[in-house]
Design a protein around this ligand. Structure first.
Ligand SMILES: [Zn+2]
Length: 232
């Protein structure tokens, strides 16, 4: 199993990252369960929601709350706040070009995982998630990692989409328009109070790297990658 991750997550005592396409299409719950079992994680302790490209957060602060979410129908939302995260619990999202955004503090007590598509980014989801986590954690020093997603090289858009982003993350060349989602998320995070040096965004491009990743933009198939964060 190959997993893209940030060593700072592991050093903090967390398990998390983004699995490659070789772990299978994560639209299939059975593939998710197999992957979690291989990682030594109980799939029944991983939280899911129904992603809707919104700016809606779900906050969990105890094992009891987590249990009650498991029993209820899936919520419509796009970001998890586990604050404080109950030990032995985690959360998962699925993506295929959208940005999996991970936030956590050095004590691995306060975590967030957000599904940031361009619509959610335009609505301010990355900044909103960071602000909520900072507030709920009494302003812990947060680390951020942006998992594999579509980079500006492949994210060509029309004027109507570009117009919704700040000019600083819109690139014009040869009559084409590209948007740099990474830059806009970094801007929102730093504006929310996350230290720039603590934001890592490796340049993996889901659309440009067919060996490792599924990509909606490239394949137009409903194959999804799994991102997760888990507190042992
Ligand atoms: Zn690319």
């Amino acid at each position: 199993m190959k997993i893209f991750t940030d060593n700072r997550l592991l050093r903090a005592g967390l398990i998390g990252g983004t699995l490659t396409r070789h772990s299978g299409n994560m639209r299939e719950i059975s593939n998710q369960e197999s992957a979690f079992k291989e990682l030594g994680i109980n799939p029944a302790r991983m939280l899911h929601f129904h992603q809707t490209h919104s700016d809606t957060l779900v906050s969990v602060s105890s094992a009891k709350e987590a249990q009650s979410l498991l029993r209820a129908p899936l919520l419509d939302a796009d970001a998890w706040l586990l604050c404080p995260v109950p030990a032995g619990w985690g959360a998962a999202i699925v993506t295929a070009d959208c940005v999996p955004l991970f936030l956590w503090d050095d004590t691995a007590t306060h975590l967030a995982l957000a599904h940031c598509g361009w619509r959610g980014i335009v609505q301010g989801l990355p900044g909103k998630t960071a602000r909520a986590l900072l507030q709920a954690s009494a302003h812990a020093r947060l680390n951020a990692w942006l998992g594999p997603h579509i980079q500006a090289c492949c994210f060509e858009v029309q004027e109507d989409v570009a117009a919704q982003f700040p000019a600083a993350c819109v690139q014009h060349s040869n009559g084409k328009i590209h948007v740099d989602l990474t830059a806009e998320i970094k801007r929102q995070l730093t504006q929310a109070g996350v230290c720039g040096e603590r934001i890592q965004a490796p340049l993996y491009c889901t659309c440009g790297d067919a060996e490792h990743f599924f990509s909606w933009r490239r394949d137009h198939q409903k194959n999804l990658l799994l991102s997760f964060i888990y507190k042992p």
